[in-house]
Design a protein around this ligand. Structure first.
Ligand code: CP3
Length: 346
């Protein structure tokens, strides 16, 4: 018997299904007691990501508990800077911090080796693919060049305009050659890294542009659209055929242009994307999103109401149900189950 075609992949190909396939951004994480238990055994987060046995286990945890339609490999967008020698650490409650930016020319020499440098992530993917039922899909990912660059350029100076990546954006204006060269290196490195993931069993690849937010349109074009176009073209040149999902977070006003201009197969929308904009994007290609992660904290009637609104607005077109951003550590498990029941996935 032919192996079943995962509903997640069918939606990415443009099919409208009886109910939308569902997975949650950051579905492996601290809201799960079984995650916290394993994580406590590895205080260093990066080492945890690079331990295939542990990373495969935490990737599978939410699959066993909730039966999501897709798993996303447990890793982090900051593994690439780490692989190129930039120190990465996490300050409790404050997010990532990075050390001094490595020399761009030396990173350029290493770009082709990105897959080999992060072969542990490939090992995690193969383990997960072996353990996962055939009807569930496996997603690989990387940070988009600009988002990774903002962390690399901001380094430790994260107090300066945190939410707007003010430091990195200032560099983008003041030192365009340096920033564009860094973006090119990240395009090339990410292409090889993602190719390795597809070879290891990833059936779709997501490009996380978490900081597409707040950019004037000329910068959006230069820092988001162009690097995404180059990355997609490079992936196809390297023989990668799996569907690609772009996530230009915070760019609702520009999301339609993104959907038209970047040759990804689906566009992931964020919390603040109006339902009507999502509908329009959906006429161009499949969408993914975009429940407010804070509703998962709130639960109750408000959660049901918004799930119904999303179903009403987007249920007719190709759509993967997801959050508009990552799940928060204090979300009650019962609220995740509430959503799954509401959309008929449990
Ligand atoms: O979704 C999944 O389950 C897969 C795993 C995943 C992680 N990070 C694990 C993680 C994915 C897809 C990411 C992507 C990622 N990492 C992004 C893009 C998505 C987004 O949220 O916009 C970004 C910007 C990062 C960088 C990063 N890594 C941040 C901002 C943080 C949070 C820091 C904190 O303390 O809250 C991390 C750490 C991280 N990555 C955690 C997890 C589960 C929490 C760390 C822990 O367990 O202590």
């Amino acid at each position: 018997m032919a192996s079943p075609d995962p509903v997640f992949l069918r939606a990415l190909r443009g099919e409208t299904l009886e109910r939308p396939p569902v997975w949650f951004m950051r579905q492996a994480g601290r809201y799960l007691p079984e995650y916290r238990a394993l994580r406590a055994r590895s205080p260093d987060f990066i080492a945890f990501c690079l331990n295939p046995e542990m990373a495969a286990e935490v990737t599978l945890q939410p699959m066993r508990r909730f039966g999501f339609d897709a798993a996303i490999v447990f890793a982090d967008i900051l593994l690439i800077p780490r692989a190129w020698g930039q120190e990465v650490w996490f300050e409790a409650g404050e997010g990532p911090r990075l050390g001094a930016l490595p020399d761009v020319a030396s990173m350029r020499d290493l770009a082709e080796g990105a897959g080999a440098a992060l072969s542990e992530v490939g090992e995690t993917l193969s383990r997960v693919r072996d353990a996962l039922e055939p009807e569930r899909a496996l997603i690989g990912f990387a940070g988009a060049p600009w988002t990774v660059a903002t962390y690399m350029l901001d380094g430790e100076a994260r107090t300066i305009g945190k939410g707007e990546r003010a430091q990195a954006r200032t560099y983008a204006y003041a030192e365009p050659e340096k920033v564009d060269a860094l973006l090119d290196v990240l395009v090339e490195s990410s292409a090889w890294y993602l190719k390795m993931q597809a070879d290891a069993g990833a059936q779709a690849l997501k490009i996380f542009e978490s900081w597409a937010e707040g950019l004037p349109d000329d910068l959006f074009d230069r820092l988001v659209l162009k690097p995404h176009q180059k990355l997609v073209a490079r992936l196809r040149e390297l023989g990668v055929t799996v569907p690609l999902i772009g996530f230009p977070r915070g760019s609702a006003a520009l999301a339609e242009g993104y959907a038209r201009d970047v040759d990804v197969q689906a566009v992931a929308l964020d919390t603040a994307c109006p339902l009507a904009v999502g509908r329009r994007v959906q006429t161009i290609k499949p969408i993914q999103g975009a429940l407010d992660p804070l509703l998962l904290r709130a639960g109750g009637a408000a959660l049901d109401r918004r799930v119904d609104q999303l179903m009403e607005a987007w249920g007719q077109g190709p759509w993967v149900f997801n959050l508009g951003h990552g799940i928060l550590p204090d979300v009650p498990i019962a609220h995740v189950e509430q959503v799954l029941r509401r959309i008929g996935a449990q």
